[in-house]
Design a protein around this ligand. Structure first.
Ligand code: GLU
Length: 306
């Protein structure tokens, strides 16, 4: 595995077309596109990594996997009255389908859906308590208490909130959001701002590799049924309108973020975190996708073969 990752990192270092760094907030626009990191955590406790695997980056929408897990833990199946679980085929920040579906977002991984999940887990809590719960959960699954929010990124998101605020107000107009829009957005922007490196992120995904148990810490995080279901949502909806392409090329559940990270789960085999800030036209990491294609070619990891 170490050799495979070293080879992939060496190949990615040669790539000239690295995509375009997200520029909707200055904090992301300033990230150097010439970076690439990859890490694989396996259930037997091994961690392999190459490239810039210990450089912190903004996990952005990858955090939606963690808040979905918390939401299902808090509300159980009642969460599905707040959000659907169908692929959208739309960009991450699209408002179109919300109108057709009376303000109920299609799935928890588009922005509107993640905002609805945040609203649901805020029930009975102050925003600060919800934020503490999210961070504590990430510490637990990654087995690492050093992970933090990046308050500058969160503040920058708030200063450029127009599109997400529109989604939230639109849902509220259908009676779908219970809390004040700015409070919900404050929590949502902080969850997106969590800074992690590939090694921490790979470890954080381990509970989805082994039927809900983090084999590294021996902790059961969720039931095996819930772990299977979260993986299937990642497979169907994890890459916005590029989800079909990701399933075709990589064949594993994954979730991308506009910070250039992708968390990918090979059930029973390993949790893979890859990061390179340049994005393709859909908003998924260009080299991240390429690196994952190489990894599955070399390892044969896929949910469609044994
Ligand atoms: N914070 C970003 C936004 O809401 C997340 C987008 C993403 O990573 O896809 O625009």
């Amino acid at each position: 595995m170490q050799q495979i990752l070293d080879d992939i990192a060496a190949e990615m270092a040669q790539e000239i077309d690295r995509g375009k760094v997200a520029d909707y907030i200055p904090q992301l626009a300033h990230v150097d596109p010439n970076q690439f990191g990859i890490a694989v955590a396996t259930p037997d406790g091994q961690l392999y990594s190459a490239g810039d695997a210990d450089t912190l980056f903004s996990i952005q929408s990858i955090s939606k996997v963690f808040t979905l897990t918390i939401g299902l833990g808090t509300l159980g199946n009642a969460l599905w009255t707040h959000v659907g679980r169908e692929p959208s085929g739309d960009p991450f920040n699209s408002i179109m389908m919300l109108e057709h579906e009376s303000g109920r977002p299609r799935n928890p991984f588009i922005n509107a859906g993640a905002i609805a999940v945040v609203d649901a887990i805020m029930m009975g809590h102050e925003p600060k308590e919800t934020l503490a719960e999210i961070l504590q959960f990430v510490h637990f699954i990654a087995d690492d208490d050093s992970i933090r929010f990046d308050h500058k990124v969160a503040a920058s998101e708030m200063a450029h909130k127009d599109r997400n605020a529109s989604l939230a107000h639109f849902m509220k107009s259908f009676g779908r959001l219970k809390h004040e829009v700015d409070k919900v957005l404050g929590v949502y922007f902080h969850q997106c701002s969590i800074a992690m490196n590939c090694e921490q992120l790979a470890r954080a995904g381990l509970f989805l590799v082994s039927n809900g148990v983090n084999q590294h810490t021996n902790a059961r995080v969720i039931s095996s049924q819930r772990s299977r279901r979260i993986n299937s949502l990642m497979m169907m909806c994890g890459h916005y309108d590029g989800s079909g392409e990701f399933a075709y090329q990589v064949g594993l559940p994954g979730k991308s973020g506009v910070g250039g990270g992708i968390l990918t789960i090979a059930p029973g085999k390993g949790s893979i975190a890859v990061w390179s800030p340049g994005l393709d036209h859909i908003g998924n990491s260009k080299l991240g996708l390429k690196a994952l294609e190489r990894l599955v070619e070399k390892t044969g990891w896929s949910v469609f073969s044994d």
